[in-house]
Design a binder for this molecule. Structure first.
Ligand code: AMP
Ligand code: GLY
Length: 422
């Protein structure tokens, strides 16, 4: 089978390495991929949002199955466009991807179908939002309706910060059209859990749970990033919590999308908070998470392509999907300065035969050499029987990998390991 993976980060590298384990796979194209992915797939210089060119490439190269990984092309209808020319795809069509593409849609969906989430108000008029915020409980959470590169959420701890967020989203339009509407919602507390789930629109099969580390600095300090590391499974996600989530969140969400005439096929990402009043949905993503995927897929014991194709074909119920009982840890090595300004173009050395995996997120080939090419450069990933060993092994990989100006957190997994001691 000839496959095409749309996207070019660490998540896509992890997906590609896992897909390669299927013996029927003969070739994988990555659009656009990156300098590191080039070791495992044929990279094609077509951007992930360039739907017309993606469709033309897939047709010309007789692609058998496509995987659309990032949010933007999914929300823009990449799956619809590929399906229209007869190419089967992993991922939701645009009418289902709206579950991530519009926060107003997802909040209204949860309210209509009684799926637990933070209480909220929607505004399309900045003056009305400002008026509401004069008396709203603080802290409060302000969210731009549309996609905003993961930056559209502001936790306001003062009334001034809340009003500033409304101004920058709705009047200064820092996220463009995404700020035409905003959601103002209740501030929730509790441990956060990410659960990715395969679904064919009828059946939902959760994967092993995980925990992201979003802040740039040790001890969860500093700016929000795309994710500085992950661990799986998440110790807060016990069998009891999993059962509650299945009954009150996962199944109701799949059924709600079906009832709305928007059956969701692909990977649905549940961003959950385990509040004192039970698990609640913080956000839905219409795709695999990054860097959650980098710890979830190494623990998957069954075939990824089969699971993906089952979501497309509606045969998930009869598909064998299993995860190991071990643990995984991903330490992201970034360019110093990320998520602010940083330099790229530094030569990278990644030794062969490491006791773990390296998923490259931002790299380019310069004069035949692999060089840094992004804020997040790579994820160093290890698996072990237990979390403590997985963390040790992942941190054992880091000093063996070199590029100038490398930056990483030293405490990935610490919160999860401490959870067991509470
Ligand atoms: P992002 O990945 O940029 O959407 O970041 C969202 C983050 O903001 C989540 O991971 C939570 O930590 C936090 N967050 C979002 N909504 C709430 C909420 N209602 N209460 C508390 N924290 C929230
Ligand atoms: N790690 C969060 C995301 O993929 O959006």
């Amino acid at each position: 089978m000839k496959l095409m993976v749309v996207g070019g980060g660490g998540r896509e590298h992890a997906i590609i390495k896992k897909l390669k384990q299927n013996p029927t796979v003969t070739e994988i194209f990555a659009l656009p991929g990156n300098g590191g992915i080039a070791a495992d797939a044929t990279c094609v210089n077509i951007g992930a949002k360039d739907i017309e060119k993606i469709v033309a490439f897939a047709t010309e190269n007789a692609i058998d199955y496509a995987v659309v990984a990032p949010d933007d092309p999914l929300v823009l209808g990449c799956v619809d466009a590929l399906n229209a020319v007869g190419i089967p795809c992993f991922g939701p069509d645009a009418k289902a991807a709206i579950i991530e593409g519009s926060k107003v849609f997802s909040k209204n969906l949860m309210k209509k179908y009684n799926i637990p989430t933070a209480t909220y108000e929607v505004f399309d008029d900045p003056a009305k939002a400002a008026e509401y915020l004069q008396t709203a409980p603080i802290p409060t959470v302000i969210k731009a309706d549309g996609l905003a590169l993961g930056k559209g959420v502001v936790i306001a701890t003062t009334r001034e910060d809340a009003l500033d967020a409304v101004r920058s989203m709705m009047e200064d339009k820092v996220f463009g059209e995404s700020g035409n509407q905003i959601v103002v919602e209740e501030f929730l507390t509790g441990p956060e859990v990410s659960v990715l789930a395969f679904t064919d629109g009828e059946t939902v099969v959760p994967m092993v749970s995980s925990m992201d580390h979003k802040r740039a600095g040790d001890g969860d300090t500093g700016l929000n990033t795309g994710g500085m590391g992950t661990i799986a499974p998440n110790p807060y996600y016990t069998a009891d919590v999993a059962k509650v989530c299945m009954e009150t969140i996962f199944i109701p969400t799949i059924n709600a999308m079906k009832a709305e005439g928007r059956p969701f096929k692909g990977c649905l990402y549940f961003g959950l908070m385990l509040t004192p009043n039970g698990p609640k949905v913080i956000e839905y993503n219409c795709r695999f998470g990054d860097p959650e995927t980098q710890v979830v897929l190494p623990l998957m014991e069954t075939d990824l392509l089969e699971a993906m194709m089952a979501t497309t074909n509606g045969t998930l119920k009869d598909t064998d999907i299993r995860f190991s009982s071990g643990s995984a840890c991903c330490v992201v090595m970034a360019s110093n300065g990320y998520p602010g300004k940083y330099e790229t173009g530094f030569e990278m050395t990644i030794p062969a035969n490491l006791d773990g995996e390296v998923y490259v997120a931002g790299a380019k080939i310069i004069d035949g050499k692999l060089c840094t090419g992004g804020g997040r450069v790579l994820g160093a990933v290890a698996t072990a029987d237990n979390l403590a060993d997985a963390v040790l092994k992942a941190y054992g990989l880091v000093p063996k990998i070199h590029f100038d100006n490398a930056y990483y957190r030293h405490d990935i997994g610490k919160r999860a390991l401490d959870a067991g001691k509470e």
